[in-house]
Every structure is written in structure tokens, then in C-alpha cells.
Design a binder for this molecule. Sequence first.
Ligand code: NDP
Ligand code: OXD
Length: 312
Amino acid sequence: MTRILFYLEDYSHDIWRDSLLKVAPNIEFRSYPDWGTPSDGPAYAFVWEPKPGLLAKYPNIKAVFSLGAGVDHLTRDPDLPPNLPIIRMGDDGLREGMAEFVAMSVLMHHRGIPSMITKQRNKDWGRFFAPAAKHVRVGILGFGALGQVAAKTLLPFGYKVAAWSRTEKEPVEGITLHHGADSLDAFISDTDILVGLLPSTAETQGLLNKKRLSLLPKGASIVNAGRGTLIVLDDLKALMEEGHIAGATLDVFPEEPLPRDHPLWGLDNLIITPHIAAITRPDTAAEYVMRNIARIEQGNAPENLLDANRGY
Ligand code: NDP
Ligand code: OXD
């Protein structure tokens, strides 16, 4: 019998149990802390932000399913068993949610909504006439599962869409593709609305520092829904205060929740969302997990297996 060890703090596990049992009625669902003992036999873990050291205590775990596409919540555990396979979430719910969030955010920055929210507080009627979408360059950092769907969602509005990835991609109609560290500065210089959809890795941490953010044309905006480690927040704040960067939407932060005394809370033209850009949906995720357990049991590689060398 397939045994799933589930871990998620602060939220009910019932919907997860029900969704998994709906797809696979014969599994044994064990909700933390009722994980039993390693001698109970082989199990799969399905977790979000497990306590450091927890997974190492269960050598019976064959593979770990991350409740999210990001795996930094697992890899930062110093006791994570080195050869434990980790499978990143890749359900349709995440892609749909991120497409909505990016479309909403790009439209808001294009139409100057963050600055209107600031003006509204001051009862300021100052009008802003946005350029046509076909004159707005949207640059997406990351052209993986989420970057691709976000880019395609923006095309019908008429935006000039470009994307940047680590490796070269097959051409996609309507999207200008760039890759590699050497092309990053030119990519940023040609972008009016920069969207971060990168994982947190040694290469991406602090990538958007003062030097790179200053390459954006004056009046540009930033949306970050990948990981908060991408942006040096003090640099972003300084460039927004001096008016070089017109606005930003940040869904992710190096420390979450963003501390209550963090100066970003009071910054004009900044929209803060509490890491909700795309949420894994129990129904689609349950199908994804069970499909991939079947693949593993048949001796096949699961989808979205973490490549520890790349870090994503
Ligand atoms: P993917 O692995 O499918 O895509 C990652 C993309 O980033 C790829 O295009 C990859 O390039 C690119 N990339 C990684 N490292 C570099 C680098 N050094 N230089 C240039 N490009 C790089 O991941 P997803 O699209 O599924 O998810 C992206 C991230 O979004 C997740 O890791 C997670 O952190 C975050 N996320 C945030 C959510 C939220 O609610 N805010 C929800 C879900 C995910 P290449 O294609 O060449 O490999
Ligand atoms: C994820 C997230 O990684 O929600 O899926 O951040």
C-alpha cells in the first residue's frame, strides 16, 4: 500500500487527505506528527517547509514531493539526506494562478495603478495616460513552466514580450528569447516591466542589485513572484525613492512574513502581496503526486525531479 507522510503547518490537512484519497482511495495518508516509525515500511513525503532534520529521521522515505515548485524550503535543511529524490510541484493550478497574477500585475503597472493608489491617499486627481500596450516591453526573468505560461498570457494584450533563461530555448512565436548571464544586462536595459519568475539558487540570489536595477529605463516597474532572494531590497527601495523605478509588486521576500517594522511596508507605489501569486491546488496536486508515484513505482523518472547541481 502506498503510504504518504504529509506535512504543512498552520493549515488543515483535511482537504489534502480528501483530495489524495479521491484520486487513490487505497493509500495510507499520515498527517504529521502521526508519521509512525521508519520500520512501518516505505513511504513518500509530501511536504511544505518541514522542520529542519525531520526528513532525516525517516530513512523509509523513498522520495519527497514538494508542495510548491520551489524547493528552497527543503534544500536549506542542513540535515537533508543528500541522495533523497525531490520532486517539484508542477500542477496545472500553479501555472493558472501565476498566469493570472502576472497578467494582473503587468496590467496594473502599465496603467499606473500603484501610483494612483498612492495619489488617492493624498486626494490627488493627477491623471496618468499610459502608452499603448504594443509600446510596452515586458521582460520575464525565467522561462520555465511558469515563465512560459505567463509570457503567453500577456501576448493577446499586445505587449512586446521577451524572456530570459539559463539555457537556449526553441523559438516561440511572439516572444523574444534570451539566455545566459552575458545577455542579462542588455535584456534589462530593454525592459519597461521586469517580471521575476526565477528559483532561488546560488546564481540568482542578489542578481537584481543596484547596478542591474539601474539599467532599467527611468520609469520602469518590477514584479517579483519567483523568490525574494532575487532582489537586493535596499537597492530597489533607493531607486524607487529617487523615482528611477516607478513601481513594484513584490509577492516574495528573503524573510517571510515580511517583518512588521520593515521599511518597505510604507513605500509609495509598492504593492506587497503575501506570497500568494500561485497556490498549489489540492485537487490538481493530488493527481500530480499520484501520477508521479506511479511513475516511480514503475521504475520511470518522475516529472520535475530536482537537479541538485542546478538547484532547481
Ligand atoms: P522552472 O524550473 O520550470 O523554471 C525556472 C526558470 O528559471 C527556467 O527557465 C530556468 O532556465 C531559469 N533559470 C534558473 N536559473 C537561472 C539562471 N541562473 N539564469 C537564467 N535563468 C535561470 O520553475 P517554475 O517556472 O515552475 O517556477 C519558478 C519559481 O517560481 C520556483 O522555483 C519558485 O521559487 C517560484 N514560485 C513562486 C510562487 C509564488 O506563489 N510566488 C508559486 C510557484 C513558484 P532554464 O529554462 O534554462 O533551465
Ligand atoms: C512555490 C510557491 O514554490 O508557492 O510553489 O512559492
